[in-house]
Design a protein around this ligand. Structure first.
Ligand SMILES: [Zn+2]
Length: 301
């Protein structure tokens, strides 16, 4: 009896957190081919990433379980996404990480086939920024037309990238290319396309993100990476959320972690959002789950 009472008393405060459902609109998967020989890269705080694909997957899944993340939009190379989906088909929403329109030998026909085979549920993360293109460029249009036709959501990176990336793997990346206004033509051309910005315009373009969301009421955004990656990202996403709340657009803001090779970022992101005092319990529930469920047209909830 005493034991039960203790359990109940200790369990109650935990229960409300445990029962809350979360959708992570921005998770990344890898295969071992994505991990180099070198030591895992350290993040801003000096924390090293996972050493291999399995360690990374199991740590990410453990964080999802701990925080009741019931769905995760997972992008990576197609093999890595399938590996994750094979482990938990209910959890994984199949995305694909695309930098160039022909990555993985992709063609519009192949994309259509993947959609029909249920191998692709979200087209993105599209990291066009890193390769120096914009989503309004002609090269992306055949894919966007297919996504609109089959009602497949599109997820596009906005804002900047990893510090110094322009000097190494993404020489064509420029901060100016992360401006969400550069994809306005896509919204005009495909009015029925379900599309969300990733990173809410990054550190640079929060006002443009808000304005674009105001002008195009179908547009959603995630706040991934911003919740954990650097103090400056956290400062700017806090301002964005304050402004979005004031503007009345919080109902189109969705949680995401963008944990990359650092699975601890999932918990860190959840805790950061949870601790923002100006957001009500309802605001948080919407951002963590309800907005994404609506955007994704989830059934059974
Ligand atoms: Zn991104």
């Amino acid at each position: 009896m005493k034991k039960t009472l203790l359990f109940v008393l200790l369990g109650l405060p935990l229960l409300s957190t445990a029962q809350r459902k979360i959708i992570d609109m921005h998770a990344h998967s890898y295969t071992d081919s994505d991990f180099g020989e070198r030591e895992p890269a350290a993040d801003f705080y000096g924390r090293k990433g996972s050493k291999n694909a399995e360690e990374h997957r199991s740590a990410s899944f453990a964080a999802f379980k701990k925080w009741n993340v019931v769905k995760a939009m997972v992008s990576g190379n197609p093999e890595s996404v399938e590996n994750w989906a094979a482990k938990d088909t209910n959890l994984v929403i199949r995305g694909i990480l695309m930098f160039n329109p022909d990555d993985y030998g992709m063609t519009p026909d192949k994309l259509e086939q993947m959609i029909k085979d249920k191998k692709l549920e979200v087209f993105g993360e599209i990291g066009n920024y890193y390769m120096g293109t914009i989503l309004s460029d002609p090269i992306w249009q055949p894919y966007l037309a297919i996504c609109e036709k089959f009602d497949i959501p599109v997820a596009v990176h906005t804002g900047g990238g990893d510090p110094g990336g322009t000097y190494s793997w993404s020489p064509k990346a420029r901060l100016a290319l992360g401006d969400p206004y550069l994809m306005e033509d896509v919204l005009v051309k495909y009015p029925k396309l379900r599309i969300y910005l990733m990173h809410a315009g990054g550190e640079e373009w929060h006002e443009h993100t808000l304005r674009l969301m105001a002008y195009y009421p179908q547009l959603y955004t995630d706040i991934a990476v911003m919740l954990w990656v650097e103090p400056n990202s956290q400062r700017t996403i806090r301002e964005f959320l304050q402004h979005a709340k004031e503007a009345g657009y919080l109902n189109r803001v969705m949680f995401g972690s963008d944990q990359m090779i650092w699975p601890y970022a999932i918990e860190k992101s959840i805790r950061y959002l949870d601790n923002l005092k100006f957001l009500s319990k309802k605001d948080k529930e919407d951002i963590f789950y309800n907005n994404a469920a609506r955007f994704l047209k989830l059934k059974n909830d």
